[in-house]
Design a protein around this ligand. Structure first.
Ligand SMILES: Nc1ncnc2c1ncn2[C@@H]1O[C@H](COP(=O)(O)OP(=O)(O)OP(=O)(O)O)[C@@H](O)[C@H]1O
Length: 857
């Protein structure tokens, strides 16, 4: 790992500012400490955002919004923007520097800070937590930050601003007692609260925008754990959403963790709803000395009210007794105050950021210094990655994946392990994933929404293209173009400025129903009977049952037809200049190619998944004949009988809602064998995610960079398919990670046990290496296995169409294994030669089979 000193820092043109050192990382930015070139004592924070991370116009807009807002507002409890520099490659926001980091440090790192931070040691001595073993803060801190937060929100309201991303990470703390020494001078400067405590300032206006109090926004943003339920439920929301977030922050300051945790939006929403406005506080707050103040509890409950209409209003909140309480009783007497002042000055002199006071091991745990040694991208990183073009197949090694698993673990597990580091990582990664998912879903929605179809001709072509049994070399027809109506053409680009993220797209089942809606209303018109499509598909998207079998069939057939186009595997990818494809036909070709690869990898992941996860009733039924990659795989001998029995005969529905996952398998028990299968499944899902994420990146580049306002139906279907698979793979990969982590916690799965969160510097042993799972190897072995069994079947004259699909599948698998040509690839030249030879020989078999099939037909 690069040491701090080795890390390069950017140089800001103009010479006015000097960048010193990285101090934090967000989803889209790196934050550095720095100073004015002319005055080394004038410290600043520099938020660097690479333009390459903002290819999506929405992100760029968010940043420009942040700049515009921050420039306009000046408030003692809001982090000030000093300046903004733009270069061809980056944005640099020069901001007020907050040496005590963000509120998460106080909440989650208190113990380490007490040991190592001279100022905070003294502060915590004077304001000890209610429970030494928990992460909650002293009520002086809570009331102080409540008042400071309320004060800044009042200011924002006066400017018609909603922050929309209030969370502890965005509440920064500056060193107290610098440039003032007493309560009077403190208040004169406009500050409120307790003068000798660190000062809270709201930061990160990336999501904020001007929003009149009565208007409703349609933008999904913020961090899920702190998001209001109406946002999680994709409803319109108003400024009161910020009040919910204030409630979550207050709760976290009291209890050390957010009030509700879950693995995804949907689960989180359900939990909040199920709570039925009953907010649970830890037991130690309900009895004895550590009882939580009733007024504070009541305020938290008012803020955490499910229905925004019943939630406390801003006026009532601002009038709340605690918000207006005189806190001078908490102020420290003179001699201690002088001591604190001296320590504050020392902090400024030492020029050390809060994380630098933490022990090295812990520093790297904090998301402000993400571990650099990851070999494998996490699901989030894979998902967030847009530059896969040159290297779409980094070998996916599970052990490192496991090392990062700890950052993705789910709340229940964190609770069990008391891993606050995981908490921090969870929140961070969660947001990254959500952002990428949001982007993908948004693009798919935007494409889904355009224009009206020429329904008469489209219906015929689509039927031809995607239905019926796979026939050798049958070309897929390009469907007629879907023309954007003038109204939509005009509104498309404006809509994304206005509606940065589409709410309706985020629910996977919603995604499918929307895609089906398109399929029904656009392809088949409203008279399904005419096109041979059942009425269920001909209804409007609102009326129809969203998961009709035929619809899943449509997607499945679409994919299988693509998989059968094996000649494309040979031709390789069409050229994309700087990741940008200009014409529509090439983009369709490109997507088909990536979809074929993603599909075979995904299908194999599904096989593994079915071996691990017990399926229930209806869900077991497969809706399609499926690719041969989904054919049952021999169970590993090491998997226990129960699992084997469950795996046998279990067939997954490709369209099964993955949101059922959490409910599905509460009784899932893992042993070493199943842990290995689990790792393999994760590896395959990650690979699939990489390919799907790349597909959407390329589509996004094309869509936003071209002046196209027309989208072919085929492209539209492909995009919907990619989106559907992306959401599914992401959820399943995360689900399996959780399972592995639980297994790890219970001491099962040898490979996992060594990769504890604390073992950041752990050197892999030979055993670790032996347990590594490589995607290339998995695909290679599987491809040979299915092509061999297809050859046997072919010799017996069994299921020739199935054999065709098997050969095609194995060619795509081998091609995918070959994709990564970088030095990071597991394969050397010799391996590549062997794989290419296999591809040629399977291709020859396929050709002769196809001739046989066409003679038979
Ligand atoms: N002005 C600042 N002074 C000191 N530290 C800062 C400052 N701004 C940000 N940081 C640190 O850098 C971290 C990352 O900041 P950033 O605003 O990029 O991301 P974030 O809000 O945590 O994440 P996201 O943008 O994904 O919501 C913060 O959590 C904080 O610890």
């Amino acid at each position: 790992m690069a040491s701090d000193a080795q890390k390069t820092v950017p140089v800001i043109p103009g010479g006015v500012y000097v960048v010193e050192k990285e101090i934090g990382k967000g989803s889209f930015a790196v934050v550095y400490r720095g100073h004015f070139a002319r005055d080394a004592h004038r410290q600043i924070a520099i938020k660097a955002v690479s333009r390459s991370k903002l290819k999506n116009r929405k992100l760029l807009e968010n940043l420009e919004v942040e700049i515009a807002i921050l420039k306009k507002i000046k408030h003692p409890h809001i982090v000030g923007l000093v300046d903004c520099e733009r270069t061809g490659t980056d944005f640099y926001l020069i901001m007020e520097y907050c040496a005590l980091g963000d509120l998460t440090f106080l909440i989650k790192k208190r113990k380490e800070l007490v040991k190592n931070h001279p100022l905070l040691r003294k502060v915590f001595e004077k304001y000890p937590p209610p429970n030494e073993n928990r992460n909650g803060l002293h009520s002086a801190f809570i009331l102080n930050y409540l008042q400071q937060l309320a004060c800044s929100l009042k200011f924002l309201r006066s400017k018609n601003l909603v922050h929309r991303d209030i969370k502890p990470q965005n509440l920064l703390l500056s060193t107290p007692l610098l440039d003032y020494t007493d309560p009077a001078s403190f208040h004169k400067l406009g500050y409120i609260g307790i003068y000798n405590l660190p000062i809270l300032k709201i930061a990160d206006f990336g999501f904020a925008r001007f929003l009149p109090s009565s208007s409703l926004a349609e933008t999904l943003c913020g961090s899920p754990l702190y998001m209001a339920p109406e946002i999680l439920n994709y409803q319109k929301y108003n400024a009161k959403a910020d009040l919910w977030s204030v409630g979550t922050v207050l709760y976290e300051m009291c209890c050390g963790h957010p009030p509700f945790k879950a693995s995804n939006h949907l689960e989180l929403f359900k939990k909040i709803k199920r709570a039925n406005n009953v907010i649970n506080f830890p037991e130690y707050f309900t009895t004895g000395d550590t009882q939580l103040d009733e007024d504070l509890k009541s305020l938290i409950c008012q803020l955490l009210t499910f229905d925004p209409q019943d939630r406390t209003s801003f006026d009532t909140f601002f009038d709340n007794k605690l918000v207006n309480m005189d806190l001078s009783c908490y102020e420290l007497v003179d001699d201690i105050s002088v001591e604190l002042e001296n320590r504050s000055k020392d902090i400024r002199e030492s020029n050390m950021f809060i994380s630098e006071y933490l022990p090295t091991a812990h520093k790297h745990d904090h998301r402000t210094a993400l571990p650099q040694q990851q070999i494998t991208p996490t699901a989030a990183e894979v998902a967030a990655k847009g530059n896969v073009k040159t290297n779409p197949t980094k070998p996916v090694r599970t052990p490192s994946l496991l090392a990062t698993d700890k950052r993705m673990v789910r709340p229940t597990v964190q609770h069990k392990t008391q891993s606050t580091n995981s908490d921090l990582m969870l929140e961070k990664e969660y947001v990254v994933i959500e952002k990428k998912t949001v982007e993908i879903n948004e693009l798919a929605d935007e494409i889904a929404h355009i224009g009206t179809a020429d329904t008469a001709t489209t219906a015929i072509n689509v039927n031809n293209a995607v239905r019926g049994s796979p026939v050798a070399n049958r070309p897929l027809e390009r469907t007629p173009k879907v023309q954007r109506s003038p109204k939509h053409a005009a509104s498309r680009r404006a809509s994304s400025v206005d509606r940065r993220v589409s709410i309706s797209s985020l629910n996977p089942s919603n995604a499918l129903s929307r895609a089906l809606g398109i399929a029904s209303t656009r392809l088949f018109g409203t008279t399904g009977g005419h096109s041979g499509i059942p009425d269920s598909l001909a209804k409007s998207p609102h009326e129809q049952a969203p998961r009709s079998l035929l619809s899943a069939q449509l997607f499945q057939d679409l994919t299988e037809n693509i998989v059968l186009k094996t000649e494309e595997a040979q031709q390789g990818e069409p050229s994309a200049e700087n990741g940008i494809i200009k014409d529509r036909d090439t983009i369709v070709h490109f997507l088909e190619l990536l979809a074929a690869k993603a599909f075979v990898v995904y299908s194999y992941a599904e096989v593994k998944f079915a071996q691990i996860v017990p399926l229930q009733g209806e869900l077991n039924k497969r809706l399609s004949t499926g690719s041969c990659a989904v054919e049952e795989e021999e169970c590993d001998d090491t998997i226990d009988d129960g699992l084997r029995n469950r795996a046998n005969g279990q067939r997954r529905s490709n369209s099964r809602s993955s949101s059922n996952l959490m409910q599905l398998n509460t009784d899932l028990v893992m042993n070493e064998g199943s842990a290995l299968v689990c790792k393999e499944a994760i590896t395959l899902y990650l690979k699939s995610l990489e390919l799907l994420g790349y597909s959407m990146q390329i589509t996004s580049n094309w869509w936003y960079n071209s002046n196209e306002n027309v989208c072919s139906l085929r492209l539209n279907l492909l995009v919907q398919w990619v989106r559907e698979r992306f959401n599914e793979c992401l959820e399943k990969a995360e689900f399996l990670r959780l399972k592995l982590f639980e297994c790890d916690n219970e001491g099962m799965g040898k490979a996992e046990t060594v990769h504890t969160t604390e073992a950041q510097d752990h050197q892999p042993t030979q055993e670790d290496k032996d347990n590594e799972v490589f995607v290339e190897k998995l695909l290679y072995d599987r491809a040979l296995e299915i092509s061999k069994s297809a050859a046997k079947m072919e010799l017996n004259g069994d299921n020739l169409n199935g054999c065709e699909l098997s050969y095609a599948t194995s060619i795509w698998m081998l091609q995918t294994a070959l994709d990564n040509e970088s030095s990071a690839s597991l394969l050397d030249e010799q391996d590549r030669k062997v794989i290419k030879k296999y591809i040629n020989s399977i291709r020859n078999r396929l050709q002769s089979l196809r001739q046989k099939l066409s003679r038979n037909s």
